[in-house]
Design a protein around this ligand. Structure first.
Ligand SMILES: [Zn+2]
Length: 313
C-alpha cells in the first residue's frame, strides 16, 4: 500500500481554493506567474515527512512545515512577511498541490521543469496512489499512465547532503547569558547558525524555523530531541569556555527538597533531591537540574519548592 508523506497527505486534503489563503493577493498573482518559469533548484525533506524546504535560484529557501494540522510557511527572501508570505511560498504550495492533485489549479500554467524537478525531489514521499492521472510536465513514465516504481527509501533525503561527520559539528549550546540566566542557540563551531544557514541539516533547520526560544524547561529539550532525532549534542558552556556534553534525562525526574545537617549546635541546610544533596558541580535553572559532573539534565518536580529555594540563594 502506497503512502504519502504526512505533509503531502495534508496537501491532498486541501481544496484548490485554499491557495487564496496562502499569501497576500499581490504575492498570489506574482506566484502564479512565477509557476510558469522554472526557478526550482532542490528539495530537502525532514526525516518524518512533515516538512520540506524548497530551494529556488538565488539561494532562496522556502519551508513548508506541518505542525499538527496547521501549515507553517517561511521564506528566506526579503519580501517574506508572516501572514503575507511571498511569491515563493505560493509557487511551492501550488506545485505541491498540483503534484498530489493533478486536476487542481488548472488556471495556473506550470513550467514542466518545475513540476518534474519537484516531483523528482520528493522521491518516495510522493508515492502517489495509482490511478491519479499525471499532470502536465510529469516525468515520462507517469505521463504514460504507468505509476513510478515506489521504493521505501528514507524520507530524509535532505540529510543525505550533509555527511554524518559534518552533521555532528552542529550542537545546541547552553550557556550563562551574563544576567543570571541561561541562553541557548545552535552553533557550528564558533558560528551561531539560523534555520537558513548554508549546510545546516534539515532537522536542525526545522527546529530553528519553528521558533522555539530557549527555555530551561523539559518541553524545550524534549522538542529539540523530537525534531532533531537526537542527532546533535547538547553542550553546556561555562563562562571560562569549558564545554560539557549533556544528555537529557527525561526518564529520571528529580524531586527537590532540603536536607538538614546538625553538627555541634549548628544546622546546615542544603538543597537536595531524593538522591541526596545536590553536588557542587550541579545547579538548578528553570524547571531543570543541570548535573555537569554526571553530564545529565533532569526535569525537576515540585516547582514551588524550587522557586522558594532559588529565592533564598
Ligand atoms: Zn520568498
Amino acid at each position: 500500500m502506497q503512502r504519502l508523506a504526512p505533509l503531502l497527505e495534508r496537501f491532498h486534503q486541501y481544496r484548490p481554493g485554499d491557495v487564496h489563503a496562502v499569501a497576500a493577493k499581490v504575492h498570489l498573482e506574482a506566484g502564479f506567474k512565477a509557476c510558469g518559469s522554472n526557478a526550482f533548484t532542490g528539495v530537502l525533506w525532514s526525516h518524518d515527512g512533515t516538512a520540506l524546504t524548497v530551494s529556488f535560484t538565488g539561494g532562496v529557501r522556502t519551508s513548508l512545515i506541518l505542525q499538527d494540522f496547521n501549515l507553517v510557511t517561511k521564506c528566506s527572501c526579503e519580501t517574506w512577511q508572516p501572514a503575507r508570505n511571498c511569491p515563493h511560498v505560493v509557487v511551492a504550495w501550488a506545485t505541491l498541490k498540483r503534484l498530489v492533485s493533478p486536476e487542481a489549479l488548472a488556471h495556473i500554467r506550470f513550467a514542466p521543469e518545475l513540476v518534474a524537478g519537484m516531483k523528482g525531489g520528493l522521491g518516495s514521499a510522493a508515492a502517489f496512489p495509482p490511478g491519479i492521472p499525471a499532470g502536465e510536465g510529469d516525468v515520462k513514465s507517469a505521463a504514460q499512465g504507468v505509476p513510478s516504481p515506489v521504493s521505501l527509501v528514507p524520507l530524509d533525503r535532505g540529510m543525505e547532503s550533509v555527511p554524518e561527520g559534518d552533521r555532528s559539528r552542529f550542537c545546541l549550546v547552553v550557556a550563562p547569558d551574563g544576567e543570571g540566566g541561561l541562553s541557548g542557540c545552535v552553533m557550528r563551531g564558533t558560528e551561531r547558525v539560523t534555520g537558513w544557514s548554508p549546510g545546516i541539516p534539515t532537522e536542525l533547520s526545522l527546529f530553528l524555523l519553528l521558533d522555539h526560544p530557549y527555555a530551561s524547561t523539559p518541553s524545550y529539550f524534549e522538542k529539540f530531541l523530537q525534531v532533531t532525532g537526537g542527532r546533535h549534542p547538547i553542550v553546556f558552556c561555562d563562562p571560562q569556555g569549558t564545554g560539557t556534553v549533556l544528555s537529557y534525562a527525561g526518564d529520571a525526574p528529580r524531586t527537590l527538597g532540603v536536607s538538614f545537617d546538625f553538627r555541634e549546635g549548628d544546622v546546615a541546610v542544603s538543597r537536595s533531591t531524593e538522591k541526596g544533596p545536590i553536588p557542587d558541580a550541579a545547579f538548578l535553572h528553570g524547571k531543570l537540574l543541570f548535573d555537569l559532573e554526571a553530564g545529565l539534565v533532569h526535569p525537576v518536580a515540585d516547582a514551588l519548592g524550587l522557586d522558594r529555594l532559588q529565592q533564598t540563594d
